[in-house]
Design a protein around this ligand. Sequence first.
Ligand SMILES: Nc1ncnc2c1ncn2[C@@H]1O[C@H](COP(=O)(O)OP(=O)(O)OP(=O)(O)O)[C@@H](O)[C@H]1O
Ligand SMILES: [Mg+2]
Length: 401
Amino acid sequence: MQLTGGIYFSENSSRRSTPSFYICQMKKVGILGGGQLGRMLLQAAINYPVETYILENDAQCPAAHLCHHFIKGDINSFEDVYNFGKGLDAITIEIEGVNIHALEKLETEGVLVYPKPAALKIIKNKIFQKEFYRQYQIPTSDFVVTQNLAELAEQVDFLPAVHKLSHGGYDGKGVKMIKNKEDLGNGFDAPAVLEKKINIKKEIALIIAVSSTGDIRFYTPVDMVFDQRLHLLSHQLSPAELPEKVFWKVEAIAMKLVKELKSPGIFAVELFVDIDDNVLVNETAPRVHNSGHHSIEACYSSQFDMLWRIILQYPLGNPDNILPAAIVNLVGESGYTGPACYEGLEEVLKMDNVFVHIYGKKETKPGRKMGHVTILSSERQELLHKVNQIKNGLKVISKEL
Ligand SMILES: Nc1ncnc2c1ncn2[C@@H]1O[C@H](COP(=O)(O)OP(=O)(O)OP(=O)(O)O)[C@@H](O)[C@H]1O
Ligand SMILES: [Mg+2]
């Protein structure tokens, strides 16, 4: 089922592509951040005439050796981001924690920014993000904003709830479950959102591509299965198993969301389906996302390929699935910190239709995302069987304890 749509950005009208266009010059495109997302974006860049730049503090980062130009610097510093971006045609992000003021200035000077700084500003801060959903009647869990622990302590009647740091949290580290009065002290003593706890039936995600001319493509939603202990994605199945009426709710909500964000780019929307089949937006990421990694092998145009098409102002690709897929995230085994070793890798490499992605991080630590494995099969049972084999057989450890 391919879903398409369109939005019109009046401010971009001068940049609309003409019916036939010529690719005459290498565009200079910068990525803020050099982690695994930047690395996979660069893997897709080699198919296109683009000169790539990475800004990142860590010269050993996963993307450093794959770009044309590595610039060491702080993605949160105005000076570093501005100086990095000012000679570029376009700039994108692999993480939300970047200096928005510099991106705003670059945008006014004609650098194309994906996503638009205005959309990034909303998403970067969980308080603004939830207020945005409320303002545009995009279904989401009810919430109150708390500035500190004293304000949280007044919310006994709102429990059970989930407390989320307004900014700076990642991979579940800015999220605390507050079940009862006794848990209130475990919350954040900083600006945060307190959300009603949802009775979740399943968690799903979908990737949406929005071009500068307003074309939209939806990837098929995926089922996300979480590791309750680490609050990290354990594995993911594509396509998600959803009753048709739930699927259409998801599609309508996602469409409204990207229309109101008014920005080209790749967006990942995480949603909850509750026990009554209500669909609620959990959060949005304005960038390529873990929940779309299967698209490298499982879709005609991957989320990374699609982002290049958006940035380079090419026609959008085809997001349809070639085959159903599963992803297992490879995370650092608990109890091991130090140089990374991949125990059981040989057995996984022997498996058919299984694709290993190791991110090239030298050091492992508990819960650190070190890679992922994609499995393709037309049989869901086979996908699940291989997920279990890989989860049990492949471990990221260190010989140094
Ligand atoms: N309102 C809620 N009710 C019930 N469970 C929730 C709620 N909000 C979050 N959770 C659970 O906590 C998990 C992490 O929450 P969330 O996605 O907001 O955090 P995160 O730190 O951004 O995670 P990540 O960066 O890995 O996506 C969710 O995937 C879900 O399992
Ligand atoms: Mg999340």
